[in-house]
Design a protein around this ligand. Structure first.
Ligand SMILES: Nc1ncnc2c1ncn2[C@@H]1O[C@H](COP(=O)(O)OP(=O)(O)OP(=O)(O)O)[C@@H](O)[C@H]1O
Length: 300
């Protein structure tokens, strides 16, 4: 799991005096779904294009599958969906894939295999222009999957999808990673990403602000308690979780304890023993979205 598939070291892209990507060092490991997150204009597409060898870095280095971006090894092992797939509208989904397969000297069977993986076999004969956005995106992923590359690079694969389309895409990408392929996807849609990705890199204004598992980024859950009398509940909470882990929230109407679900049994036991009346006790988790807003200072 820890083998590095993509690594960058202070990768930088400058357009005139604008730093689109500013000294980004990231690591993507084999078999993971890596989410590259950031607001519009953060530098996601530019970074992905550098990894694909489509844009030349102004500084720093990148390694893709042990080779330089754009090298034969890197290109042969990478499938990409960047900035909307260019499909022929009047050709069927299957024929569009056939064109790509022929260009890359892949057998017909490769087309059927990827159509099946993205669940488009039944609609493979229909014209591309008749597809829903979700189907178009899935065909784009199918094109990226042609030839079973080790690495998939997908720029905003969930963009514009409805919840059902999102769910399909999520299932597909989790399935791809389970098969051992590595996925890098970019997104500004954090709610979806936190369910799909093993690890994420957060980028804003060209800089990588954080890189970690979704769980670590979100931090531990907390417990919010409403009870009567509150001062006695506060004293109990401090005894159970430690003074530093407890604070009054909601204008002094509730107690917040760090530590999440594991503190709940002891807390409830002690509250009952102290004759405190519990009105509400619940665990709260920060969403990736909240973490992200804190990090990027509210830009989107
Ligand atoms: N070819 C270019 N010439 C000049 N500036 C560019 C070029 N490509 C990108 N930029 C600038 O670099 C910055 C990063 O753009 P990039 O497209 O990488 O961001 P992004 O995170 O992918 O955002 P989006 O989701 O909007 O595509 C932006 O300020 C953009 O205007």
């Amino acid at each position: 799991m820890s083998e590095t598939v993509v690594g960058t070291d202070r990768l930088t892209k400058r357009y005139g005096d604008r730093l689109a990507v500013d000294s980004v060092s990231l690591t993507v490991r084999r078999g993971e779904v890596y989410g590259f997150l950031g607001p519009n204009g953060a530098g996601k597409t530019t970074t992905l294009r550098m990894l694909l060898g489509l844009v030349r870095p102004s500084g720093g280095t990148a390694t893709v599958l042990g080779a330089a971006p754009g090298s034969r090894t890197a290109v042969a092992g990478t499938g990409a969906l960047v900035e909307g797939p260019g499909f022929y509208p009047y050709l069927s989904g299957r024929d569009n894939l056939r064109v790509l397969a022929r260009y890359r000297a892949l057998p017909e069977a490769a087309v059927d295999a990827v159509l099946a993986r993205v669940d488009l076999v039944g609609r493979g004969g229909d014209a591309f222009k008749s597809y829903s956005l979700g189907m178009k995106q899935r065909l784009g992923v199918a094109a990226a999957l042609l030839g079973e590359p080790e690495l998939l690079v997908l720029d905003e694969p969930t963009n514009g999808l409805d919840p059902a389309g999102m769910a399909d895409m999520r299932e597909l990408l989790v399935d791809v990673a389970a098969g051992g392929q590595t996925v890098i996807l970019s997104s500004h849609l954090l709610a979806e990403v936190q369910e799909i990705c093993d690890r994420v890199g957060v980028i804003s204004d060209g800089r990588l602000l954080a890189e970690s598992t979704v769980r670590d980024l979100r931090g531990a859950a907390a417990v919010v308690l409403r009870a009567d009398p509150l001062d006695r509940a506060l004293a109990v909470a401090m005894r159970v979780a430690g003074d530093d882990a407890v604070a009054l929230v909601d204008d002094g109407r509730a107690v917040r304890l760090e530590g999440g679900a594991p503190v709940v049994p002891a807390l409830t036991r002690e509250l009952v023993a102290e004759d405190v009346e519990v009105r509400e006790i619940r665990t709260v988790e920060r969403s990736l979205e909240e973490v992200f807003f804190e990090m990027t200072g509210g830009t989107r």
